[in-house]
Design a protein around this ligand. Structure first.
Ligand code: SAH
Length: 423
């Protein structure tokens, strides 16, 4: 197994390069126990058999180095300097090859990388996504301007080099922003989206839709989440923060009805199409803020038996969690990609009527410090308790990027110690 990366210090994406995989897992287990151990037993983390080249989505920024040569890769952690990445340990190898081919084609087409300071040049980012089960590949060329001279020929040439590419999308991002994708896009070749398969369902994925980046571990994760929910076929289920509807659709096969809620309009469109194409009729999707939606459901005295929730790294919010407490489903299955915000949210939810029954870490992100966790919460008893306050900053510190909530071990450990001392 390759375990050496020459750019890891500059890139900063992987914190565990050079560390044997079993030690990485042990480190993650320890962190999970520090942050979540106070809620119950943390099961042994489920790792990967082969933890390399797992990322099915590769994003490469294009620019020039000091000598004026074209470079492409990731931004150096916390900066806007591009680190040339020739080989990455965790990104899908086919996606990496395609990015290298694009870089090699630029000169012949006199295509300059986009310069954010001067607003000149063309190519800003390249995003490549691969459906590991279907083999379909999407290339998104993100341009800094609207005009793409010899665009058709460029795409033709790329397809000659990589006939395995199934769709090419041109996206325009001419704003001063750290977001990769802009709002306008045009399909240059193929359907404009790809399919992949998970847990026996087929999913359509658009350029901006969220899709888990480690497909092997996603199946492990979803199977755990479904197992925790213990569905019998009679349940009304909510899939909050549902993305393209993945968890909800897998659950729908074992539940009475499912409602999915998601903020991103493209993801909701994909989710509805996915349900139709998989002939799943007992699921409905709504676009909106999960918190607002749950508040409305609670106000209408709607009923739910199981709530799956899978929020982004920043975790959930008071509106959502407090409405969960009001709706009082029998079970809440919390899928989290950030144990720090998970600990904060569990703190609130366990003080508002629920107890943690199971905590299962799953390693979705080998070589990085990140860790996914599935938690089963079960209703403690009757409704009617006084709601306790929600502290947004408990256990977490904000990263440099807005919304990037990072581990705060110090606070996690202190909170843990404090509780033990109180006892
Ligand atoms: N459950 C899905 C997606 C998880 S990622 C899966 O496993 O693939 C989190 C999702 O939450 C993203 O799709 C994001 O667009 C969505 N999201 C972020 N904030 C939200 C909010 N306030 N309300 C609803 N959805 C939100």
């Amino acid at each position: 197994m390759p375990n050496v990366c020459v750019v890891s210090k500059k890139c900063g994406g992987c914190q565990y390069t050079g560390i044997p995989y079993p030690e990485q897992l042990a480190e993650k287990q320890k962190r999970e126990e520090i942050l979540l151990g106070r809620f119950g037993k943390v099961e042994r983390i489920i790792g990967m058999k082969y933890p390399c080249f797992y990322r099915n989505k590769v994003n490469s920024a294009f620019g020039k180095d000091k000598k004026g040569s074209i470079i492409c890769g990731t931004y150096q952690m916390g900066t806007h300097y591009i680190v040339q990445v020739d080989k990455c340990l965790i990104e899908d190898e086919k996606c990496q090859q395609i990015i290298r081919s694009i870089k090699s084609l630029l000169k012949g087409f006199k295509m300059e990388p986009f310069n954010e300071d001067t607003g000149k040049g063309l190519l800003r980012y390249v995003l490549v996504r691969r459906g590991i089960k279907t083999g379909e590949i999407m290339v998104v060329l993100v341009l800094g301007t609207h005009i793409f001279p010899s665009g058709n020929n460029f795409v033709k040439e790329l397809l000659k080099l990589h006939p395995e590419i199934t769709t090419v999308v041109v996206n325009i991002n001419d704003k001063k922003t750290s977001m990769v994708l802009g709002e306008k896009e045009k399909i240059s070749y193929g359907k404009g989206y790809i399919y992949d398969e998970l847990c026996g369902c087929r999913f359509r994925i658009s350029p901006s839709s969220f899709y888990q980046i480690n497909p092997v571990q996603t199946e492990v994760l979803y199977n755990k989440a479904i197992e925790f929910a213990g569905l019998s076929g009679k349940e009304k289920v909510i899939d909050a923060y549902c993305g393209i509807g993945t968890i909800g659709m897998v659950a729908a096969k074992k539940a009475k009805t499912v409602i999915g809620i998601e903020l991103n309009g493209d993801a909701v469109r994909d989710a509805r199409i996915n349900a139709k194409e998989n002939k799943i009729e007992n699921i409905e999707f709504f676009r909106g803020d999960a918190g607002d939606f749950m508040v409305k459901m609670a106000a209408e005295h709607a009923k739910a038996d199981v709530v799956f929730m899978d929020p982004p790294r920043a975790g959930s919010d008071e509106a959502f969690l407090s409405s969960v407490a009001t709706l009082a489903p029998e079970k809440v299955v919390y899928v989290s990609c950030n144990p720090a915000t998970l600990a904060r949210d569990l703190e609130y939810i366990t003080e508002n009527g629920y107890e943690v029954k199971k905590i299962q870490p799953v390693d979705m992100f080998p070589f990085t410090e990140h860790c996914e966790t599935v938690v089963l919460l079960v209703k403690k008893g009757k409704k009617g308790f006084d709601k306790k306050p929600f502290d947004k900053n408990q256990n977490v510190k904000k990263g440099r990027k807005n919304g990037d909530y990072r581990f705060d071990d110090r606070r996690g450990v202190n909170a843990y110690r404090l509780r033990r001392e109180k006892k």
